[in-house]
Design a binder for this molecule. Structure first.
Ligand code: FE
Length: 234
């Protein structure tokens, strides 16, 4: 399997390119608009054909490349069932599977960071989960806007992600320190917001973060509800 973790340094966003083989079909997860030239070049160099572009949730810190990729490659645009983005071609329900040339991604509804966030589990010999911003490496996604809810975040992480098993690799939607991946077992034992905490403590921790709004938020959220292509342009 081809699996590439791609980084947008401006927003600290990880995007993921998956394909079963050279010459086959490919999927891009959480692509960033500014990285379009790099994506098109890499798809071309690997000889893969993009069939789906997927966002784990409506991002507030960068503009999605879903619409631009659809226009450039005729791929379908995919999000979870509760997305408000009416430009999306395909909405996945909880536990629904997306098959890309033999690679199966199972959609897991994991609200908390936003009320429409999904994670995507990839089975096989080395199981992995793309967690979007619900579970980060030694952190968790903020829960103070876009329908975020700290209790829902705790429930998603402990009831949907932890049962995937300690060996499951964790690939998050962001990292600001350059850490690239973790495992469910590591996060269960060492994530300072989760390890040894109760649900009530977690809700208190999240309520005390007092983070500023992302600088891109007023542009990114409306743009992303139109797949990065608002009617009047960005
Ligand atoms: Fe996010």
């Amino acid at each position: 399997m081809i699996f590439r973790q791609l980084f947008d340094s401006t927003s600290g966003t990880y995007s993921y390119l998956l394909a079963s083989r050279a010459g086959g079909e490919a999927l891009l997860v959480d692509p960033v608009l500014e990285q379009m030239p790099a994506y098109l070049q890499l798809l071309d160099e690997l000889g893969v054909r993009l069939v789906h572009a997927l966002d784990t949730h409506t991002h507030a810190d960068h503009v999605t490349a879903l619409g631009a990729l659809r226009d450039a490659t005729q791929c379908t645009t995919v999000m979870g069932a509760y997305s408000q983005a009416d430009c999306v071609n395909q909405l996945l329900s909880d536990d629904e599977t997306l098959n890309v040339d033999g690679i199966e991604l199972r959609a897991l509804y994991t609200p908390g960071h936003t009320n429409e966030s999904f994670s995507y589990w990839i089975g096989g010999a080395e199981p992995a989960v793309l967690t979007g911003d619900v579970l980060l490496i030694r952190g968790t996604g903020r829960t103070d806007f876009q329908g975020g809810d700290a209790g829902a975040s705790w429930d998603s992480i402990t009831q949907r992600l932890f049962p995937l098993g300690d060996q499951t690799l964790v690939y998050p939607g962001h990292d600001y320190k350059g850490w690239t991946r973790s495992t469910i077992g590591e996060e269960r034992r060492f994530n300072p917001r989760l390890a040894g905490r109760s649900r009530e403590e977690y809700i208190e921790i999240m309520a005390a973060l007092n983070l500023p709004d992302p600088t891109m938020m007023d542009i990114a959220v409306p743009a992303n509800l139109a797949c990065g292509q608002p009617p009047g342009g960005l």
